[in-house]
Design a binder for this molecule. Structure first.
Ligand code: ATP
Ligand code: PRP
Ligand code: NIO
Length: 467
């Protein structure tokens, strides 16, 4: 676990916190919504990730002595610094479970805390949830096309510095099987694996000598990189020689890796050569700027690839690089709060809320979530949030409340799950989503609506704030 202290925030949070503190209303209750406005990758869904890690961080969040000394130099007041020395996050959090599929413009998570605490945690919350949700979504898209083939994260070297640590965690939630990232594997109990680099082969005068040395030094998980000189004329024949020598020692070559050229053609030709040598058990791994589109194409070409190593495009969430998740005040003291915008799509939803997933009588998701006040148990009619003449009757549908209490007075109140369990949950939720929402080109748009009561509350506040 990385060591976060409470200065992992933006300066303006602390400036606002000091003023709340001085004005004496810092301890008054606030409700903030976490939501995003646009689905990444022009896709039809997102996979929510980062929550369980965030809860651990919040439970242990403190200003260290070093933090306080630093803030003293930044002109923060003594009495406020005294408060920060004792700072703890003691709020409640209501959230969708980590791994669930989520959609734009409706709350994914709500923080209910004193405004000062809620403000101080905003940045770290957004930092951990936005990035991991982005990467889990990318990973999930890659899993969708890869079927049951092994998916390995190779991205650490191309990650935005330490973002790679969290990206690896998120990749597993999205459906990857393992990683080359040793520190993330250690901390999150992920299966770790690796092959070899070109430098290893280049460091020997002969490719065959390099392969032999590796097979002798690492016989149990030996995967030979075959494209340093010539894949079909040199790499694969040398790998076959070494595999046969391993068999004589009672060992088995695990695989070969292709890292350049036409991966479908080279995989097919390599498979032929391996099979002709009686090495049907040797797996073929492929890497080189893979993403969901290239993997889909390789499988359409029936490339006999067993393992995909995906680096850059996964780890940075290419081409989107950020999820636009935001944190907006919805309730403070005894009043609902709103942020007005020229565009109705950017007007926030006031009040503490609940989100319902709408299902048919057989429990099948129909492609709609409805947002109501947290006091509502069911929503009979939902309205399009920005086009109010569009509505949908919901009376006959099952409604699953999605926001559950996950933190109570600063203590996590959910059972601990490992990443595999979160990934399995994610897969089960994705399986409930109709196929039209999962395609890459022009997916169906998931409907998100608001209840009549919430709409009236929002419109009342808009009218009150009209200048
Ligand atoms: N059969 C294929 N179908 C679709 N995409 C492929 C296929 N084979 C490889 N690719 C992808 O095409 C891109 C190939 O990039 P590029 O043309 O730079 O080749 P390269 O082999 O990396 O070149 P170099 O030999 O310089 O390393 C990569 O993203 C790779 O995954
Ligand atoms: O293409 P990506 O999806 O980002 O996957 C990771 C890449 O990183 C490695 O190459 P690199 O040139 O860094 O090292 P090497 O010497 O091991 O090939 C590996 O061989 C992959 O090509
Ligand atoms: O193990 C590998 O083959 C590997 C690891 C990181 C990046 N590229 C390849």
């Amino acid at each position: 676990m990385q060591n976060f202290t409470a200065t992992y925030t933006d300066q303006y949070q602390l400036a606002m916190a000091q003023v709340y503190f001085k004005n004496g209303h810092g301890q008054n209750r606030a409700v903030f919504d976490y939501f995003f406005r646009k689905l990444p990758f022009d896709g039809g869904y997102a996979v929510f990730a980062g929550l369980d890690y965030l809860l651990d961080v919040l439970q242990n969040l403190r200003f260290s002595e070093e933090d306080i000394a630093y803030l003293k130099k930044q002109d923060f007041d003594e009495d406020f610094l005294e408060y920060l020395k004792e700072f703890r996050f003691r709020g409640n959090i209501y959230s969708v479970r980590e791994g669930d599929i989520v959609f734009p413009t409706r709350p994914v998570l709500q923080v209910e805390a004193s405004i000062i605490e809620a403000q101080i945690i905003e940045t770290i919350l957004l930092n951990l949830l936005n990035f991991q949700t982005l990467i889990a979504t990318k990973a999930s898209r890659i899993r969708l096309v890869a079927g049951d083939r092994l998916l390995l994260d190779f991205g650490l070297r191309r990650a935005q510095a330490s973002g790679g640590y969290f990206a690896t965690r998120a990749a597993i939630i999205g459906g990857f099987d393992g990683t080359s990232n040793v520190v993330a594997a250690r901390d999150f109990n992920i299966s770790v694996s690796g092959t070899m680099a070109h430098s290893f082969i280049q460091s020997y005068d002969e490719e065959l000598t390099a392969f032999r040395a590796f097979a002798e030094g690492r016989p149990k998980d030996c995967v030979l990189l075959v494209d340093t000189y010539d894949t079909l004329k040199s790499g694969v024949p040398n790998a076959i020689t070494v595999a046969k020598e391993m068999e004589e020692r009672g060992q088995k070559l695990l695989g070969i890796r292709l890292d350049s050229g036409d991966l479908a053609y080279l995989a097919r030709e390599s498979r032929k050569l391996l099979d002709e040598a009686g090495l049907e058990y040797v797996k073929i791994a492929a890497s080189n700027q893979l993403d969901e589109y290239v993997i889909k194409s390789l499988l359409e070409q029936q490339a006999p690839i067993d393992v995909f190593g995906v680096g850059t495009n996964l780890i940075i969430g290419d081409p989107d690089s950020a999820l636009d998740g935001v944190y907006k005040l919805a309730f403070f003291e005894d009043k609902p709060r709103i942020k007005i915008s020229e565009s109705l799509s950017k007007v926030t939803l006031p009040h503490k809320k609940q989100v319902f997933r709408i299902k048919d009588k057989n429990g099948k998701c129909i492609g709609a979530d409805a947002v109501g006040l947290d006091t509502q148990e069911k929503i009979n009619v939902m309205y399009h949030p920005f086009e109010p003449y569009k509505s949908m009757e919901l009376g006959d549908y099952e409604q699953e409340a999605l926001l559950k209490k996950v933190m109570n007075n600063g203590i996590s109140s959910i059972e601990k799950r490992n990443l595999k369990e979160i990934a399995d949950y994610s897969l089960s939720r994705l399986a409930e989503l109709p196929i039209e929402y999962k395609r890459f080109n022009n997916p169906h748009i998931y409907k998100v609506g608001i209840s009549n009561t919430l709409k009236e509350e929002r419109d009342k506040l808009i009218a009150e704030h009209k200048i």
